[in-house]
Design a protein around this ligand. Structure first.
Ligand SMILES: [Zn+2]
Length: 286
């Protein structure tokens, strides 16, 4: 799923392509993509996109006439800007915003499971409604202090890997960057959030800001002004790098499979040398 670095660069690179454009038409193809009905989607016609912002993993489009469009790409949604004459009948098209200049902004969603979502709000009402209302703190904002993180951790009885991905405490981190951050912090993905020591909390806070900050910079360089379509795996150090040597100590990176999530970690740096049971495999062997 696209996470904070990917969505940050997507928003940045969308701006020159889309800000200032007037919406001429809207084509809704995905049966479940539109999550609101008031204001109606036809109400976007004739409005100009004035500003695109990122909030967590979401994109927020501000339009003239007091309308706000919120988009969540989920796992397989992507945005493209293409000439309106090309490929509008593609079956992966979820929604298209046609501009007066002959281009479309399109949300496409690959795969059978359709989860990408679009919401429309009257300006000023979006912050109090889902999906924005329950979002937590931006990890690259000045509010995200070590003390703020320590207070959040005390509130939650869950493993730290899951805590990092919840969005109600810290936004923008998913399965991929949770692994990258925990490796950087040398914290076990299975440690309980509320039981981290002061040292671990300090390392985790430093890792969250450093890993995400560096990833934004490396994603910017990687996509070089284009709209990102795939997470660049070669920029990651442990996630999706199972069995490869840990960049810090050389131990092969281990994987835990749980439901449809994979957790990658270094047994030496993060787990005191322990390789955790692979719950998926052990269930199959029984
Ligand atoms: Zn290691």
């Amino acid at each position: 799923m696209p996470e904070l670095p990917f969505i940050t660069v997507l928003a940045e690179n969308l701006r020159p392509l889309v800000e200032g454009r007037v919406i001429d038409d809207v084509l809704v193809r995905g049966a479940s993509v539109l999550k609101t009905f008031d204001p109606p989607v036809t109400g976007l016609i004739g409005r100009r996109i004035t500003r695109i912002e990122r909030r967590g993993k979401l994109l927020v489009f501000r339009l003239t006439g007091g309308v706000v469009v919120v988009m969540h790409l989920r796992r397989n949604g992507r945005l493209q800007v293409l000439p309106s004459t090309k490929g509008r009948t593609a079956k992966d098209l979820a929604i298209a915003f046609a501009f007066a200049d002959g281009t479309d902004l399109r949300m496409v969603e690959l795969g059978p499971k359709k989860a990408a979502s679009v919401w429309l709000f009257p300006a000023g009402r979006e912050e109090a409604a889902e999906p924005l209302a329950s979002l937590g703190m931006e990890p690259l904002s000045s509010q995200f202090s070590r003390e703020a993180l320590a207070a959040m951790l005390r509130e939650e009885r869950t493993q730290i890997k899951r805590f990092l991905t919840l969005q109600r405490y810290i936004v923008g981190i998913g399965n991929t960057f949770a692994d990258e951050i925990l490796w950087e912090a040398r914290v076990s993905p299975q440690a309980m959030a509320a039981a981290l020591t002061g040292d671990e909390v300090a390392r985790l806070h430093d890792a969250i800001t450093a890993v995400l900050g560096e990833a934004v910079a490396s994603h910017r360089k990687e996509f070089d002004g284009s709209l990102p379509m795939r997470e660049p795996l070669h920029l990651l150090r442990v996630h999706r790098h199972g069995k490869e040597p840990c960049p810090r100590c050389g131990t092969p990176i281990a994987v835990i499979y749980y439901e449809d999530r994979e957790t990658y970690y270094c047994p030496t740096c993060q787990a005191g040398g322990k390789v955790y049971a692979d719950r998926r495999r052990s269930r199959l062997l029984r």
